[in-house]
Design a protein around this ligand. Structure first.
Ligand SMILES: [Fe+2]
Length: 275
């Protein structure tokens, strides 16, 4: 992970904001693409990818590898993912600490795993399979959850620390997911950061969420709140990741919000670089 270059502030590429991205290149050090958007696609999408590669460092972000599946990985999917990662030739790539498939059924959603030794062993076995096939550094992302699953043996931070130590993977810390979980599950997000082995963090995700009276929802559809930026700043006062990336998926017409978020993140990481 030490050889990964500093990338600065980035944004998740979505075709709807292609123009905005190219008009604001001075604010964007790298982009992330959803891996599945470029698997089993017409040549036109692959030409889009080649075009993006000419202008930006491109990080593949996979969603449907399902590292938490007890029955193992979908080998056909894995071969397609390998082909894509090799085509992009990135400094690293990322997936989630979750499962999306079980017993041949695709849930179509990132589902949380229980933070215990059984799931740790499953993740380690699946990640070993992935590493043997895809020889690029892999970083793992924390997701949101809305119920406390029975059988937990680790705190959130302790599980991430152990997982990184035992697999050699880095961490993609989604600051918004951390904020949402801390609000919904009533734990202290700063205490989580204090417990985390920060050297493992390669990249951050951030975006706005929806704060309802009864719970906070991960929508990727609004401006990042001051509370989330404050949490990001707390982390950046202790550790400088290689990149921080805005993961916006809806309401692309609100370009001011997107640019504002990029500028705030750029300022925060620049200040942290000075420390
Ligand atoms: Fe994320």
């Amino acid at each position: 992970m030490n050889n990964i270059p500093f990338l600065g502030t980035g944004i998740g590429f979505r075709p709807e904001i292609k123009s905005l991205i190219f008009l604001n290149r001075d604010k964007i050090g790298f982009i992330e693409i959803i891996a599945e958007h470029y698997m089993d696609v017409p040549d036109e999408k692959l030409r889009e990818l080649e075009f993006l590669k000419k202008h930006f460092t491109v990080i593949p972000h996979a969603i449907n590898l399902s590292l938490g599946s007890a029955e193992g990985l979908d080998h056909d999917y894995l071969l397609k993912l390998k082909k894509l990662v090799e085509l992009i030739d990135p400094p690293y790539w990322s997936e989630h600490i979750s499962y999306t498939k079980a017993h041949g059924i695709d849930a179509g959603h990132l589902s949380p795993i229980v933070y215990n030794n059984g799931l740790l062993a499953i993740l380690k076995r699946n990640i070993q399979t992935v590493k043997e096939l895809i020889p690029y550094p892999l970083i793992l992302e924390n997701i949101t959850y809305h119920v406390e699953l029975p059988g937990r043996e680790y705190s959130d931070a302790a599980f991430l620390n152990t997982l990184c130590k035992e697999t050699g993977c880095g961490l993609l810390l989604d600051i918004t997911n951390l904020y949402i979980n801390s609000r919904n599950m009533h734990f202290d997000a700063k205490q989580f950061i204090d417990e985390l082995h920060l050297k493992n963090i390669v990249q951050l995700h951030f975006v706005g969420c929806e704060e309802l009276p009864e719970q906070v929802i991960d929508t990727h559809a609004s401006k990042t709140s001051p509370a989330i930026f404050s949490l990001m700043n707390y982390l950046l006062s202790k550790h400088r990741p290689k990149g921080i990336l805005l993961e916006r998926d809806e309401h692309f017409e609100k370009t001011d919000e997107i640019i504002d978020d990029l500028l705030t993140a750029k300022k925060l990481i620049a200040e942290c670089s000075l420390n």
